[in-house]
Design a protein around this ligand. Structure first.
Ligand SMILES: [Zn+2]
Length: 356
């Protein structure tokens, strides 16, 4: 037997086997998949200082003890297919953890402090009951974020535009709209079967395939800004942070100008973000600063970031049988007009009515 690895999966264990203690000095990897283990004993955390890998998928765990943070060398933790309703925030102290799989549980919300996990590369939370993601996720270096089969309404722009992100899956969720920015390194996005999605920002076009052409029935959400498409008889939802759709070139609000100005100085913006205190700012402003811009102006020649106001455009591809509606947001009517002029051979705009 390899003194560093223990394969005790599929053994019908009803509890964590005490025999493990005989190997506490050497063990680095423990496989206890598909047993009937209901709890993790605290002696595991005190005795196994070399542990790097724990596979506990398919057991009956309802909690993970907070002492998990004592396993300082842990790199891989699989607690999928258990009965967990939450993960302890002490997991955030596992500085070496690269892989965390907590899929197929009953987790409702993700712990705050996940942003401290600088080594985390893969996070799988599929098949849980998540309604939202903490913005802290954007502070990690995640390359792979798997969120299929949850109740998520949105993925914050700041998370979708993470520099490290390569793979994002959020199939069969309740997404109502998509962020207008996708990270430069993203190569793979799967967002099939989100029946409330009515339009896709043009940045997603390269990720879409023909069988993606899925059109939902009229689904409306009460507290979100919507516009109406007369030709399609559809209502479509604008990203949550958009508070105002502008139709002409009149000046933006002072709030919008201030937020753009703050973000234009990125180092300073990052410092402000890191030192935000929730009750010192109006909630709306706090959220705008914390979550960052919703989109870059769709006109590639323009550097403006958009926070609360935009010129919104919906379009379809020319000579395409596809029913997919694409969207784009611009900082001004001038940018919108310029973009459509450049891309008129590829897309044609479709009409919509501002829905109040
Ligand atoms: Zn612009």
């Amino acid at each position: 037997m390899n003194p560093h690895i223990l394969h005790w999966s599929y053994r019908d264990f009803r509890e964590f086997p005490n025999e493990l203690l005989d190997h506490s000095d050497t063990l680095e990897e423990i496989y206890l998949k598909e047993n009937f283990i209901p709890t993790i004993p605290k002696w595991l955390f005190h005795s196994f200082v070399h542990l790097k890998f724990i596979q506990l998928s398919g057991n009956l765990l309802q909690t993970i003890p907070r002492e998990i943070c004592d396993l300082r060398n842990l790199e891989h933790l699989d607690v999928s297919k258990n009965k967990l309703i939450e993960l302890p925030e002490q997991i955030g102290q596992l500085n070496k953890l690269q892989y965390l799989n907590a899929s197929e549980n009953e987790i409702i919300s993700l712990f705050k402090g996940i942003g401290a996990m600088k080594s985390l590369e893969t996070l799988n939370l599929s098949k849980n009951r998540l309604r939202e993601l903490p913005i802290d996720v954007a502070s990690t270096s995640l390359a792979e974020l798997i969120l299929n089969d949850n109740d998520l309404i949105e993925i914050p722009t700041k998370i979708m535009s993470m520099e490290s992100l390569k793979v994002l899956e959020a199939e069969r969720c309740s997404l109502e709209y998509l962020p207008g920015i996708v990270g430069d390194r993203v190569t793979h996005i799967r967002i099939f079967n989100n029946p409330k999605l009515t339009h896709y920002p043009t940045v997603y076009e390269k990720f879409l395939r023909l069988h993606y052409d899925y059109w939902s029935e009229n689904v409306v959400s009460a507290d979100l800004l919507m516009i109406f498409l007369p030709d399609e008889s559809k209502r479509t939802i604008v990203p949550r942070q958009v508070e105002r759709i502008r139709l002409d070139n009149s000046p933006n609000s002072l709030t919008e100008y201030c937020l753009r100005g703050l973000y234009a100085n990125r180092p300073y913006y990052e410092i402000v973000c890191a030192n935000l205190v929730e009750n010192e700012l109006p909630r709306r402003i706090f959220r705008c600063v914390q979550y960052g811009p919703i989109c870059r102006c769709g006109n590639g020649e323009c550097d403006n970031m958009l926070f609360t106001e935009c010129h919104f455009s919906l379009m379809k591809k020319n000579q395409s049988p596809s029913h997919i509606i694409f969207s784009n947001m611009f900082c001004s009517k001038t940018c919108l007009t310029k973009w459509h002029e450049v891309f008129k051979a590829k897309y044609h705009p479709i009409d919509w009515i501002h829905f109040v």
